[in-house]
Ligand binder design. Sequence first.
Ligand code: GLA
Ligand code: ZN
Length: 682
Amino acid sequence: MTENFREKIWHGADYNPEQWLETPSILEEDLRLMRLSHLSSASIGIFSWAMLEPHEGEFHFEWLDSVIENLSKNEQKFVLATPSGAKPHWMALRYPEIRRVTSGGQREAQKARHNHCPTSPLYREKVAIIDEKLARRYGNHPALLAWHISNEFGGDCHCDLCFGAFQNWLRERYNDDLDTLNRNYWSRFWSHSYSSWEEINFIDAPVHGLDLDWRRFMTHQTVDFMNHEIAAIRPHSQVPATTNMMGDFTGLDYAQFAPHLDFICWDAYPQWGNGDFLGDESEVGLWAAFHHDMFRSMKGLPFWLMECSPAQTNWRPVSKLKAPGVHRLSALQTLAHGGDAVMYFQWRQSRGSSEKFHGAVVSHQGNENTRVFGEVSVLGSELEDLSALAGARTAARVAVIYDFENLWAIYDEQGPRNEGKNPEKTSRDFYKPFWKRGISVDVVPSTADFSPYQLIVAPMLYMLRPGVAEQLTEWVRAGGTLVTTYWSGLADENDLCFLGGFPGPLREVLGIWVEETDALHPHQTNSVHIEDPTLQMEGAFEARDYCDLIHTETAHILATYEKDFYAGRAAVTVNKFGAGRAFYIAARLETSFQDQFLAHLSADLQLPSALNTQLPAGVVAQKREGNGFEWVFVSNFNGSQQSFTTSQSGFERLENRAWSPLDTSATQILTPYDTAILRRAL
Ligand code: GLA
Ligand code: ZN
C-alpha cells in the first residue's frame, strides 16, 4: 500500500470541474485560487459517471486526464472517487433493477443519488467496469492520494434480488435451520412463524429479531458492494481506499466497514454558527468531539475529515453562517481529536441545481476577496506548519461504548418509554465530563477489545451481544472500572429478553437485579440523594425519564431515591468484583451528576488530562502523541476572550507561523474561538 497519505495534514476539497468544462477561464482560476488557499488535495470524480460514460460502453476520460494533469502541475494531489454514488440516467432507465425498491414494494424513479440497489448484479457489473477503467488509467499516478469509494453509503433496498440475498444470508446464519430462526424471532407471536425461507420477503418491523437481522444484512450487503468496488481497483492500484461516512447516521453499522478500509474518513456537518451555539453548554462542539473520537477509534488511527462546510450548509431549515474564527476552531478540533485532513464540501459553488447555495471555498462571486476564502487560506498555511503532526496517535484509557446494533434494538423495542429514549444524547452526556477535562476517550462498539482501558462507560447497554457480558465481567474482575445505567442488560442479540432477572448476564458483576422500570412523564421528576461520602458528592440530583427499581445483591448502595413509592430504595450502586468494581446508575440523572461522578472516578483512577491546569468553562484541551512530540490543542469554544496558564515546562506555541517557547509564568490569551497549538518534545 502506498503511504504518502500519511505524509502531512491535508487541506482538500470536493472539486467538480466537470461542471465548468466549457469555461476554461474558471478552471484556470481554480488553480490559482487553490494555490492561494494552500489547498493540497482535490477530491474528484465523485459524481462524474454521466460525464465518464455518457452512453453505454462509450468512455471519455480526456477531460479527467487534463484535470489531473493540471492539478498535478499545480501541486495538488488528488483523491479519486468511484462514481457509484450517482448512476447515469441511461443506465437507470435501461436497467430498472439497479433502482431501489421501497419498503412498500415500489420501484423508485431515477432521481437524486445514493439510491442504487446494493445487490443488483447488473449494477455491480457496471460499477466494476468503470472502477477498473479508472484504476488502470489513474491507479498508479504519483499524485493519487486515496480512493474514495462511492459516496456516503446508506439506505436499504427491498427488491426481490435483495430479499433473495437476504434469504441466503439467513440460511447461512441459521445453518439452514428455520426452527432456530423462528425461535430467535419469537415468531409464534401474532402468528408470524415462517414455514419456508421464501416467505421472508418483507420486513415486519414488530418482529424485532427480523428487523435486526435485516439491518445486519443491509450492512453486510453494503460492505460487500464496497468490497466489490475495492476488488475492481486493487489489481491495478495499491493506493489506500476509504469511504466517507456520516456523523449521526446509524442506518448501517459502520463498525463493520472499518476492517475493510485502509483508513477512516467522515463528513461532519454540525450546526456551527455564532456565539449562541458555542460555549460550554453547547452541544455543537461536544457532538463534533464525540464523532471525531468515534471515527478515530474505529481503527485506532488518524482519520480524515473528508467533508465539512467552510461556511453554511443549505439543507437545514435554517443554516447559520460560521462566524469569523469558527471554521478554524472546527478544523483544529478535527486535528485535536486525531484527524489528519480537513477537506471541504465544496471547492466552488455550483451554478445550478440543489447545492448552488451550499457553502464553498470559492463563492459565486468567484475570487479570493471573500471572508470565507480568507479564513480558509490562513488555515491552509497553518496546516502546512503542522505536517509533523500527521500520524500522531491518541492514547485513551477511557472507553464509551456506543454500539449501533444496541441503538437499533433500543429504537425497535416498545417499552416503558417510546419517546425521549435518546440513547445518542445519553452517550454524549456521559462522554462530556471527560471531554471537558481533556481526558482522551475512545468511542467503541460493545465488541471492542477492552484491554487498553481502565474505565468503561456503557450507558443504556440494552442489548448484550454474544460475549459482551463475559468480556466485561472478566475485564472488571481483572481490575477494570465499569459504569453502566438503567435500561441495560435486557435483551440478547435477537432482542429476546433475558430470563431470570435483569440485567441478565451482567447481574453478577453489577451485584444487583432490576425488578421494574418506571417511566416518568416529561413534567415529572424524582430525586436521588447521595448516601455514601466516599463519592465525594453531596445533596440530591434530579432524576427524569427512566427510574429502575433495583435490589442489591452483593452491591453497595451509594445513593437512594427520595420520592414516589420507591423512595429510600437504591438508585446508584457499586459492586466490588475481583480487582475491579462496577457501578450501576439506575435513573437518568441531571448532567451535573455525571459531571461530578465521572470527575471523581477520573481523579481516583488518575486519568491523565491533556494539560494539567484548570481551564475556563468552554475551553478544552486534547492531546496527541507522535513524531517525537506531544501535541496539545487548547480550544476556546466561547465567543469571548479567555486565557490560561500552564506550569508544565517545555511547551512551544505556534503563533504567526513560528514555534515560540511558552513561558510558564505568562498568561496565554485565547481570542474568541481561538485554539492554542502547543507541542513539546516527548
Ligand atoms: C454530503 C455529500 C456531498 C454534499 C454535502 C452537502 O456530505 O457527500 O456530496 O451533498 O453532503 O452538505
Ligand atoms: Zn435491491
